[in-house]
Design a protein around this ligand. Structure first.
Ligand code: UDX
Length: 436
């Protein structure tokens, strides 16, 4: 099928390349000339495992190309819209500027029978508001939310755990759903659940999934807070409750909490939208989820200050990690960098290292010292804090080796990913999050 993908960020670029990899003819469109230039050369403009390979393959096959020219969307049967919906500067609501601009830009090139499939995460009711404008061209607007995780985005796109398509009532909606079944044929054929809903449900599926995930993380972090005053171990607690299949162990990783371009802004936008709908109280708990999450960053800073007996000034603190999670170079709302900036604000000499995110971090926080080589970053550190659980720190770093580099013997495990017993045995004072 011929497809266009409007917006070539973390979502759109992966979607375009993944659709080409399953045999479709795809044009990716974005207003950012630099991004389009690098994608056109087969270079991923951000770190995403597996993306460079499918980009190169798609471009070489002639099925995948990128442009800044919206008119090249003409002729595609499905136009996916995957632009960003960031948090508004002056509030919690989602900023829909890019979604509106993408739809407006696309309208002149739509033909009767085309399908516009929104993939961006939007406040419930957005699609119904946009649908009449699309319908005037004879095209149909559907909402097809994306559940990809950064770091696993290619796999999540090619082989998702479910497909959700919100359609308007009537024949045009049914035909659009059939077209979507066709575009995702490999997944549909292998039995991946394909859920057809109304527009509002599809929009809500996405925000409620992210709200649930955020709630799960903040729940275990709340238990970490209780563990901290009782001497309990939240990691063992998570293992124990996680054996109950109704609960499950995944997303019960206590630590410095969630960040990134999705969970924080999505729960805030959900709260804002619920307020507009007069149902703020239904998701009032999300404010608490946000607050618990942000308190974990304070906790990591407090642990460092206490470990240094309050004498932070000019102490060398090395932070292992900058990205909001491993396998990503994304630093949007990264708990790791928040902790780094706060410690620097207290007068510490803060050095940050990360396998992928240093360039992005430097652009936003030039006041921090960045060192690419992990061991060089650790040299002479008084305190070591693990803030992103990359394998480089979790698996490939022995406490004995780190002892040969640092001055101090204090390690704060902001992701509860180190072997506490091994670090203690090597002479370190180990602090976990919610662990004795
Ligand atoms: C998330 C959703 O998982 C995905 O379905 C949606 O499409 C976009 O938002 P992503 O932002 O890529 O994906 O990251 P995710 O893997 O969900 O992690 C989010 C944050 O939660 C990270 O900062 C991570 O470190 C943190 N986290 C995750 C925890 O603190 N504990 C956990 O147990 C799991």
């Amino acid at each position: 099928m011929r497809l266009s993908v409007i917006g070539c960020g973390y979502l759109g670029a992966v979607h375009a390349a993944a659709m080409a990899s399953i045999g479709h003819e795809v044009v990716g469109i974005d207003v950012d000339e630099n991004k389009i230039a690098s994608l056109s050369k087969g270079e991923a403009p951000f770190f995403e495992p597996g993306l460079p390979e499918i980009l190169a393959e798609g471009i070489a096959s002639g099925r995948l190309r990128f442009t800044t020219d919206m008119s090249e969307a003409r002729g595609a049967q499905i136009h996916f819209v995957g632009v960003g919906t960031p948090q508004q500067r002056d509030g919690y609501a989602a900023d829909l500027t890019y979604v509106n601009a993408a739809i407006d830009g696309l309208l002149p090139y739509l033909a009767a029978g085309d399908v516009v499939a929104g993939k961006s995460t939007v406040p419930v009711g957005t699609a119904a508001g946009l649908a009449p404008r699309v319908a005037e061209t004879g095209a149909t607007l559907v909402w097809n939310p994306e559940f990809l995780r950064e770091g696993w985005a290619v796999q999540d796109t090619v082989d998702p755990d479910r497909l959700v398509v919100g359609i308007p009532a009537g024949d045009a909606g049914e035909e659009a759903a059939d077209l979507l079944r066709e575009v995702y044929h490999p997944s549909v054929a292998k039995g991946t659940p394909f859920i057809v809903t109304d527009l509002a449900t599809a929009e809500l599926v996405k925000v409620s999934a992210n709200a649930f995930l955020a709630t799960k993380i903040s729940f275990i972090n709340a238990m970490a807070e209780i563990a901290e005053v009782t001497g309990a171990d939240v990691t063992t607690l998570a293992d124990a409750i996680g054996h109950d299949v109704r609960i499950g162990r995944r997303f019960l990783g206590a630590g410095i909490g969630f960040g990134g371009g999705c969970l924080p802004k999505d729960i805030r936008a959900f709260s804002a939208r619920a307020e507009e709908l007069g149902r703020g109280e239904s998701v009032a708990f999300l404010r608490e989820i946000d607050a618990i999450n942000l308190r974990r960053r304070d906790r990591a800073v407090d642990l460092a200050v206490a470990a240094l007996d309050g004498q932070v000034f000019e102490k060398k603190i090395t932070l292992l990690g900058a990205a909001f999670k491993p396998h990503s170079d994304d630093i949007r709302d990264s708990p790791a960098l928040d902790v780094a900036v706060r410690l620097r604000g207290l007068g510490a000499s803060v050095t940050v290292t990360d396998p992928a995110a240093i360039e992005n971090a430097r652009r936003v926080h030039p006041q921090l010292t960045y060192v690419t080589d992990r061991d060089e970053a650790l040299a002479d550190a008084d305190v070591v804090i693990v803030v992103t659980e990359w394998d480089e720190y979790r698996r490939q770093m022995s406490p004995e080796h780190v002892s040969s580099l640092t001055t101090g013997r204090i390690v704060i495990d902001g992701r509860n990913c180190l072997d506490a017993a091994a670090w203690r045995a090597a002479g370190w004072t180990y602090f976990g999050m919610g662990r004795p």
